[in-house]
Every structure is written in structure tokens, then in C-alpha cells.
Ligand binder design. Sequence first.
Ligand code: BGC
Length: 524
Amino acid sequence: MCIVQAICRDTFCLLFVASKNGAWSKSDIRSFPKGFMFGVSTSAYQIEGGCYEDGKGLSIWDIASHTKPSPIDDGSTGDITVDSYHLYKRDISMLKDLGVDFYRFSISWTRILPNGFSNYVNSAGLRYYNHLINDLLKNGITPFVTMYHWDLPYELHKLGGWTNPVTVDWFVDYANILFESLGDRVKFWITINEPKEICHEGYGSDMKAPFLNMSGIAEYICAKNVLLAHAKVYHLYDEEYRTQQQGSIGIALNAKWFEPASDTIDDHQAAIDARQFDWGLYAHPIFSKEGDYPTQVKNNVYAKSVEQGYAQSRLPELSAAEIAIIRGTSDFFGLNSFTTVLTYRDASLDGMFPVPSFRDDMGAVLTNDPSWPRSHSPWLQEVPWGFRKLLLEINKLYDNPPVYILANGWSSKRGLLDEDRIQYMRNYLIALLDAVKLGCNIKAYAAWTLMDSFEWLRGYTEKFGLYEVDFHSPDKTTTPRKSAFIYKEIIRSKKLDPNYEPEQYYEEKEIYRKESQEEGRVKN
Ligand code: BGC
């Protein structure tokens, strides 16, 4: 029998899970629940390349990466990237080698519908995904298919993209074609990857394409359309396909843990508000019993809008019918989560954010703790206790839904010896297992990502892969990092042994080093 005791202090929470043999220590070997699934995630624009081949149409990322001057740090594009459009069999051998249960990839909307509309279906595009799915199944790997991972058809962007309510119907038409052509074999669908990143970063700021940068207005219009698009596709599946195809369908939300920077009531409230604005805006309408946007988000935006002279709230309201359409439309809580931030409220900082803006509406100041281990992405620090708190909060707020972790990962320096990624992965998996012990219903974990790939505005400067990619080689050679061997052992044993050292890794590393030297390419 287990005794659970949690002691929380300020930003730090110590957790002891005691069994009859004593407390868990960091070096204990721990088992994953029966039936737990392991996978890796990727997305189309980040890995496929083949951007101008076989009739594919242009997406907002094709246009963005070719804009002059380039908005991408290293001036790169996704034109070729890891070339998975031609080398998907290589990807499948890596997946087999890792031993994953599932592979999460996304479909490029413009590879299937070059202009975004359903009047013309590109058979070459469908053929590609048919081959990929068939080969995965032949190898015993379950496809988890994301319909939309940020690569909006450029033609639809010209019509307003996610700020145009008609995009909802175009997305439903696209999804219908996917169900019709691939649904006999795809049993896990993810409609939309990370609405917050789409809306806040792409429409409310200039951190992602299409760089609309109209904060406080555009992200709220986008949020409503994205939620409705997701929900209508869910209903389409339910009504037309589920009985025959017997699959599950959900959404992938990105969520950080927002921790109060101190024990003051103000800082606690700031953290609650930040959670509600950042991911509650999308989670609450789908997963809460009552549906709709979180009350304090609606109240804050309404009050600020009136104060600022708007005739109505900048957050377009959901009608009773829309609330009902969206509520309950996910068979699982798809969670992408990487990090934690500290949150506080400081009245002297009023006016620090532009008006109107999402950050001004939220009214919380975000910071971090310099002592938390840092990755090679400025926004990403290792805070496993924050991950555990987030999982417990989702459990509490939404009545313990089945949770699929659909992306979690770390960016490291180039090179094969990625001890920092290994430490991150192990500590986050320990946090996950702690959350399971405390009652969370977590079914799956996908590492972000299989191999280094195009990291949006960061180009190829941030490396998230379990496999390193030699982008200069014609065949985009991939080599497993040490973390790939660690993950492989976790998957094989369904256990987390914090002391496991893969001997094979050193052998392979030597072979690789020798080969690289022979070819005159010295790496690592
Ligand atoms: C996004 C990916 C991105 C990764 C690291 C994920 O949550 O979906 O597209 O590469 O974060 O930034």
C-alpha cells in the first residue's frame, strides 16, 4: 500500500511516494503501467522537404522561409530538410530500431489539396501517406496522425487564414478526405497541433507564420475558429466514420506550468490567470463540464475592452450552440509540454505591455529561475516538478481525462553525447510516473523528436533529435545520439532505470567516428 505525501514550498515541491520498502529514490528502477505506449513525434514541414514536388501546393511556411530578408535565423528553409518525402523508409528503420509503439507525424494539407480546397485532390500526395502508413503498419508501428501542424495553405491565408470563419469549413472538407482515404488504417487522429502557438504566435505576434502581429485581437478570433474547426471535425468523425473505423480523435494542446514566483496571493492569482489565458482558453471549452472560455479570461478581456473604448469584447463570444458544439470533443487530452515559468503580479509594471495585447489582458509577468538547467532554446528549461504539477492540475480541472503526452523534448548542442537530453528525459519520465502514482490517467508518451529538423524561425540552429542529422550529406545521414539508446532501453524494458548505460552506444560511436574520419568529416 502506498502513502502519498506532498510537501510544497514556494516554487519547489518535494514529493515522497513511500512504499512498504521505503521512499522512492532517484536511482530506483520504476515500471510503466501496463499498456503504456511509447512513441516519437515529427511534423510535415519540419521533416518532409519535397516542397515543390508531385503537385504539392504552397503553405504559409513555404512562403515565410523564402521571404527576403529571411525571417529564419540561419536563412534556411524546409525545402529539403531531412528529406522524409523521399527517405521515409529510412525514418521507419529508425523507428523500428527504437522499438516505438507509435509514430506521430503530420499531413501536409497542400500535399493533399494543393490550393487548400477540396475540389482537387492530389493523388501523388495521398500515395505518399498511404505508403508511409502501410509501411508503419507492416512494421507493427501505430500511426498517430496530426491533420494540421501549422502549414496552412497559402491560398487560404490570402483569404484571412484562421481569422476567416469559412476556414472552419475548408478544414472540415480536408479532414473528410483524410478520413475517407486513410481512416480505414488510422486509428488515432489529432485534429490540430497547438492552437495557442497557431493563434498567439502566428496571429497575435510575429513569432510564427503568418506573422500577423495583431495582439489582443487576432489571436482571439483565431482561437474561436480553430476550436470550431477542431470540434466540427470531431463531430464529423463521430457521425460518419467512427462506427466503421473504430478510432479515437483528439487535439494536441501545448501547456506550460506557471508557478507563482512567491507565496503572495497576487502571485498565486497571476499564475492561475496565466494558466487560464495560456492553455485554459483552449482546454476549458473542450474539457470542462460547463464548456466556454474560462470565466476570468472572459471577464478580463471584456473589462479591458470596455475601458479601452471597444463596443464589444475583443474576445468574440461563443454562442450557447457553439459552446455545446465544442464541449466534450476530444477522446483524450493530447498534451505537448516542455517547460515551466515563474509568474508574478506587480502593479508598478502596469503599462509595460502594449494596449491592447494578450499579455496586457493576462496581467501576469513571466520570468524564470536561472538555476533551472538550460537547453539550447532560450525558452526551454528543465523543471520536472512543474511537469508533474501540470499533470495533476489537468487531472483536477478536467476530471482525470486520459492523457497522451504527444510532445516532450530538449534541444542540445550538436554532437552525439547528449547527457543533458538524457537527464531531461529521465527526470520528466520520473515526474510522469509520480503523476501516475498520484492517480493521473496517462496512456502514452511521445518524445519530440525523432531526428534534428527545421525548428521554425530557429532554422537548423536548435537540435531536438534523438538522431543527429548531417544536413550537409546528400542522403541526410542520421546517427543515433546516446539518448536514442537510452530511450530504446526504456521502451524495450517498459522500465526507467536511471543508471542504465548503453554499452552498444560506445561501440556505434566509434564506428561512426571512424567512418566520418575516412570520409573527411569529423563530427563530435
Ligand atoms: C512543436 C514543434 C516544435 C517543438 C519545439 C513542439 O511543441 O509542435 O513543432 O518543433 O515544440 O519547439
